[in-house]
Design a protein around this ligand. Structure first.
Ligand SMILES: Cc1cc2nc3c(=O)[nH]c(=O)nc-3n(C[C@H](O)[C@H](O)[C@H](O)COP(=O)(O)OP(=O)(O)OC[C@H]3O[C@@H](n4cnc5c(N)ncnc54)[C@H](O)[C@@H]3O)c2cc1C
Length: 460
């Protein structure tokens, strides 16, 4: 097997544009992606043989999806591409990749990490009942397999994805029982000025809202989820809004409070992290072009901070140009300055989104003690609170050592942000003070008894 010296992790919009830019400069990067086909989250392609038209799959984004897919397909023969391959470790110039059941050590000179994002959740009573999915999971089911998560679905949480997924379900024929937003009524009006930085995007959001309203879907703001009813399957959701408790029948719930960057590989590569008040999370340090303080490690797209798909394309090209510049390939500066300017506008829009759909960190303080927080290790909210107070676990990794929170299969990718909020609330400290869960390899589950490693030759 020939190994490239340049590795791109992720074939979403950021990874695709990074690979395209590198290939245009005469390099032959190796693109590794877990997915079956390139496209990433938003432009996820269904398996071969599925025949839904692009506008049904991607709505307003059909043209962009087609452009990103075409750009990647046109790279065939000029890049190496490993689909369905997981980069599960990355250190000192070597990535470890699980591909076709074997583990490969892939040496690299430089790597662009374009690993994207995942849902950010705060648990609520009953959240482990069958029939509850994250918003992203609900969307993946629809986009990838053409399946819904239920027939009468409640969507709960906050963020643009809440309304988008609800609309996609309504359009696909599901009954949307309600869209319940934790953001207070009026938050969106206050954010209007910043949201106007991207008028077309704002218009799309208003369109989804108007279409849901026109269908008579119940839309509520300032919602606090109280509990799910039902044993073997969700039967109803009980919530509080406007000071009143309400109950709504449903057979599925899609929920989530925005997205969080997938940062574990940057962590394993020893990139330093800083607390980002906008994301309320720790993010790997990088400059405006995606360079990290670790030589040869670059970041692009939502994996470096949530800015959305259009920004990811810009950031992918920008990181690739930074890499080329660092290899002595001059002539990048003008284009890089233009791309950097575009990214700044995306950031302003993102600030607007955060005002319109603030992360409801305050929910953490009111969660009941008996609520499962870390599903993998069955750790409750109360156990974490007791560790904080009785065992002086004032830092999240210490709390992890005492309770096993974040130590299971998901490595804290699901429970991590909520655990930090619960710990901070229990200690009466700001969330920045409890630190962040350090990443550990393997970043995602791998088989326990792998076949022997196959060392790879470097390209000559
Ligand atoms: C579930 C979900 C649904 C979304 N839906 C929408 C939507 O409908 N509309 C919208 O505007 N935005 C949506 N977003 C946001 C949007 O997907 C992102 O803004 C955009 O895709 C970012 O592009 P990216 O290239 O940075 O990352 P992504 O598109 O997420 O691509 C990252 C890629 O990296 C791969 N990857 C990650 N880690 C590894 C690893 N360790 N090894 C190998 N491969 C890896 C993943 O398989 C993925 O293909 C969604 C996000 C999520 C998480």
């Amino acid at each position: 097997v020939t190994v490239s010296h340049i590795l791109v992790v992720g074939a979403g919009p950021a990874g695709v544009r990074a690979a395209e830019t590198l290939a245009a400069a005469g390099l032959r990067p190796l693109v590794v992606d877990e997915g079956l086909r390139a496209g990433g989250q938003i432009y996820r392609r269904p398996p071969a043989g599925f025949t839904r038209p692009a506008n049904q799959l991607y709505g307003f984004e059909a043209a962009r999806a087609a452009a990103v897919h075409a750009a990647f397909d046109a790279l065939e023969g000029r890049i190496d591409y490993w689909p369905q391959s997981l980069v599960w470790n990355l250190e000192a110039g070597v990535a470890t990749v699980l591909r076709e059941g074997r583990h490969h050590r892939v040496p690299f000179e430089a790597a662009i990490l374009a690993t994207g994002a995942m849902d950010r959740v705060i648990p609520f009573p009953g959240w482990t009942t069958p029939g509850i999915f994250t918003l992203g999971g609900a969307q993946v089911a629809l986009k990838f397999q053409g399946c819904g998560i239920g027939r009468r679905v409640v969507f709960l949480g906050t963020g643009p994805l809440l309304y988008l997924v609800a609309w996609q379900y309504a359009k696909a024929g599901a009954e949307v029982a309600a869209v319940l937003d934790s953001a207070p009524a009026g938050a969106k009006t206050k954010a209007a000025l910043r949201l106007a930085a991207r008028p077309a995007m704002l218009a799309k959001g208003l369109y989804y809202l108007a279409r849901l309203k026109a269908r008579g879907v119940r839309l509520e703001s300032g919602v606090e989820p109280l509990r799910v009813e039902g044993g073997e399957r969700v039967a109803a959701l009980v919530y509080r809004a406007g000071g009143r408790e309400r109950r709504i029948d449903c057979d599925a719930v899609g929920f989530g409070y925005g997205l969080k960057s997938e940062t574990q590989l940057a962590d394993l590569a020893e990139v330093p992290f800083d607390f980002d008040p906008l994301d309320r999370l720790w993010l790997p340090r990088h400059d405006a072009a995606g360079r990290t303080p670790v030589p040869g490690i670059y970041l692009a797209g939502d994996g470096a901070g949530i800015l959305g798909a259009d920004a990811a394309e810009v950031a992918g090209e920008l990181a690739a140009r930074a890499l080329l510049q660092d290899r002595g390939d001059g002539g990048q500066a003008d284009r890089m300055a233009a791309l950097g300017g575009r990214l700044a506008r995306f950031r302003r829009f993102r600030e607007g989104l955060e005002r319109a759909f603030p992360f409801p960190a305050q929910l953490a303080a009111g969660l009941p003690d008996e609520l499962p927080l870390c599903r993998c290790e069955a750790v409750t909210v109360g156990e974490l609170r007791r560790a904080a107070t009785a065992k002086d676990a004032a830092e999240i990794n210490r709390a992890k050592a005492f309770t096993r929170v974040g130590m299971g299969r998901c490595q804290g990718r699901v429970c991590g942000p909520a655990a930090a909020e619960v710990l901070a609330a229990a200690l009466g400290r700001p969330v920045v003070a409890v630190g962040r869960l350090r990443g550990q390899a393997p970043v995602k589950p791998v088989p326990v008894a792998p076949p022997a490693e196959e060392p790879l030759r470097e390209a000559s």
